[in-house]
Design a protein around this ligand. Structure first.
Ligand code: 5GP
Ligand code: ZN
Length: 115
């Protein structure tokens, strides 16, 4: 799949702009969030462009699962048994980059429900 023009995360996957990459798998790239909300805050993205988590899951369930296993591997490597995984879908709940990304947050107490 071709990168989408003007997509920030396509550019990070392609190495056109720098990302603090912590893990690469066959179909995913994991890099630190620029504006970390926890001691560990990593974004796991598919190499191919999909606008949101549901579009990816519908098109490629195996890669959708690979995002979760990659996030779990990053958490384990950082020494965390407890962590939170989040997908934002739509501007109304805070999605700001429309290349789907799984947030991995760990390393501090977290409240429920989220704000
Ligand atoms: P969203 O709000 O779409 O769920 O998450 C987008 C995330 O991307 C935000 O947490 C934001 O801090 C992060 N972000 C925005 N621009 C950049 C960037 O250039 N590099 C990295 N590593 N993260 C970014
Ligand atoms: Zn993209």
């Amino acid at each position: 799949m071709q990168p989408v023009e003007d997509c920030l995360f396509c550019k990070i996957v392609a190495g056109e702009i720098p990302g603090d990459i912590v893990l690469e798998t066959e179909h995913t790239v994991a890099f630190r969030d620029l504006n970390a909300q926890a001691p560990t805050h990593v974004l796991v993205v598919p190499r191919d462009h999909y606008a949101n988590a549901a579009e990816l899951a519908a098109a490629d369930p195996a890669v959708s699962a690979e995002l979760v296993t990659a996030a779990a591997a990053v958490a384990a490597e950082a020494g965390y048994d407890d962590y939170r995984l989040v997908y934002n879908t739509g501007t109304g709940v805070g999605q700001s980059v429309f290349h789907t990304h799984l947030h991995l947050l760990a390393g501090r107490p977290m409240t429920w429900p989220p704000g």
